[in-house]
Design a protein around this ligand. Structure first.
Ligand code: NAD
Length: 484
């Protein structure tokens, strides 16, 4: 672990304000732990409302010049940051595995995915288009221009410590907005290292701040009640998202909300079994099941259900559990004790109600926060695990008879983030993808995220999209200028 120690010692651990790592005004710090062992990794400055407002001062000061910076220059700084994150992929991957727990190959995958938002938006910076039209009455010209919304606050979760930040930082910087990032308390280190990379890439002071804190509500409230902040972009749970939407009303902030999911993963009888099992492994077990897009409800047509269940349970039972930095591990720890208890509680309730356990079903008796990879079937409908995000390595399989039943059950949730289905029938592809009430649909594939595509949910899964050519709009105001 000497490489890990050297890396940890090189990461800035203060608040990142004005391109410098500074102590919190209170002098307080909090501990960041390795979820695989519970051991202390390092201590990080614990910012408060005053620190946050000091960071906002720097953003407000830097904002006009950044907005006026040539789009090509903004793009080139984003591109330089992309190159550096890519060159330091091993450092970013190890850091994420240390603070978040996922296995190293998945952390490397996140570096590629997360860095891609910097490259994608480096290219979008020079493609911010307005439009012109002659007024229908012929009495003037309509000129539509796009302008940066102004200082933005990004609040990010722990499950993708790099990508959830770059998905917001990329479009904000490309659009010409300064941004303050409040990373999750469990995983602040990745964003702090990224901030240093941006400073080295030439980003002017004040354009990007990072505010680690244990006082998320206090910090976000102070910033969101300050009229100088103009935008909040949140990724996290639906409950906190609802609270932030209410809070955003006072200053009428622009908001983007990437919230929870309850993804159905539907397998029709005519699907290719092996492809569907591969897809379910990716959609369920990637990131240890700790993904908003994770397959929460695996719905399998009854003709193929026994074979599918047997094949998936065999694959999942075979997963070696251990620290993410051990090459042998196929599944790392859960992020913290609270999340582990939540997963165990959901499974215990289902089992007590009569669910069948095909594999797993227990917390592992070892240091850190490990849960056995698990497959359940025959879970009674009243159990919370059928409605609630599991956010852990637990696959729940149930059967259905008809396409209409599958679609109705898939849509019977307040969420609408991602849905997946497997079939070889082209007519069914068209029907079912149209009928699913979701922001994103994967057809015969279990992983759908792409920096070039608009990621986002409907209903209780959120507002707005990140990525694609649509993503930058979240950081732009539309202005109409009437000309004669
Ligand atoms: P969370 O809502 O508890 O926390 C997310 C972030 O919000 C953290 O930075 C946290 O410190 C902060 N926060 C918590 N309470 C706050 C408050 N009162 N005011 C302001 N900020 C507050 O979620 P989590 O447990 O970190 O992440 C898991 C959730 O995130 C899941 O529900 C998952 O589905 C969701 N998620 C969604 C997406 C998406 O794109 N839709 C992506 C990843 C995760």
């Amino acid at each position: 672990m000497t490489r890990a120690r050297t890396l940890l010692d090189s990461v800035p651990t203060g608040l990142w304000i004005s391109n410098q790592s500074v102590a919190a005004r209170s002098g307080q710090t909090f501990e960041v732990a390795d979820p695989a062992t519970g051991d202390l990794l390092t201590s990080v400055a614990d910012g408060d409302a005053d620190d946050a407002l000091a960071a906002l001062d720097t953003a407000v000061e830097a904002g006009p010049e950044w907005a006026a910076t040539a789009p090509r220059t903004r793009g080139e700084i984003l591109r330089a940051a992309f190159e550096e994150v890519t060159a330091r992929a091993d450092d970013f991957a190890l850091l994420m595995t240390l603070e978040m727990g996922k296995i190293l190959p998945e952390s490397r995958g996140e570096v590629t995915y997360g860095a891609e938002f910097l490259r994608w938006f480096s290219e979008e910076a020079v493609r911010i288009h307005g439009r012109t039209a002659t007024a229908p009455a012929g009495n003037g010209q309509i000129l539509v221009v796009k302008q940066p919304v102004g200082p933005a606050l990004a609040i990010t979760p722990w499950n993708f410590p790099l990508a959830m930040g770059t998905r917001k930082i990329g479009p904000a910087l490309a659009a010409g907005c300064p941004i303050l990032v409040k990373p999750a308390e469990d995983t602040p280190l990745t964003m702090l290292l990224l901030a240093q990379v941006f400073a080295d890439a030439g980003l002017p002071p004040g354009v990007l701040s990072v505010l680690p804190t244990t006082r998320a509500a206090e910090v976000s409230e102070a910033l969101m009640s300050d009229p100088r902040l103009r935008k909040v972009s949140f990724t996290g749970s639906t409950g906190v998202g609802r609270q932030l939407i209410r809070q955003s009303a006072d200053q009428i902030l622009r908001t983007s909300m990437e919230l929870g999911g309850n993804a159905p993963f539907i397998v029709f009888d005519d699907a290719d079994l092996d492809t569907a099992v591969d897809g379910a492994m990716a959609a369920k077990m990637r990131n240890g099941g700790e993904a908003c897009t994770a397959a929460n409800r695996i719905l399998v047509q009854n003709g193929i259900r026994p074979a599918f269940t047997e094949a998936l349970a065999a694959r999942i039972a075979d997963m070696a559990v251990g620290p993410g930095y051990d090459d042998a591990s196929a599944l790392g720890p859960i992020i913290n004790a609270k999340q582990l208890d939540s997963v165990a509680g959901l499974v215990d309730e289902a089992v007590a109600a009569g669910a069948i356990v095909h594999t797993g079903g227990t917390t592992l008796d070892r240091p850190g926060h490990f849960y056995a990879p698990t497959v359940l079937s025959d879970v009674p409908e009243q159990c919370a695990i059928t409605r609630q995000e599991i956010f852990g390595p637990v696959a729940v399989i149930s059967g259905f008879d008809t396409e209409d039943e599958a679609v109705a059950r898939a849509n019977a949730t307040e969420y609408g983030l991602a849905a997946y289905f497997y079939t070889r029938d082209l007519d069914r592809v068209a029907r079912v993808s149209a009928a699913l009430e979701y922001g994103m649909v994967g057809v015969n594939r279990g992983v759908i995220s792409d920096a070039a595509a608009p990621f986002g949910g409907i209903k209780a899964s959120g507002l707005g999209v990140e990525g694609g050519s649509e993503g930058i709009e979240e950081y732009l105001n539309t202005k109409y200028i009437a000309l004669t």
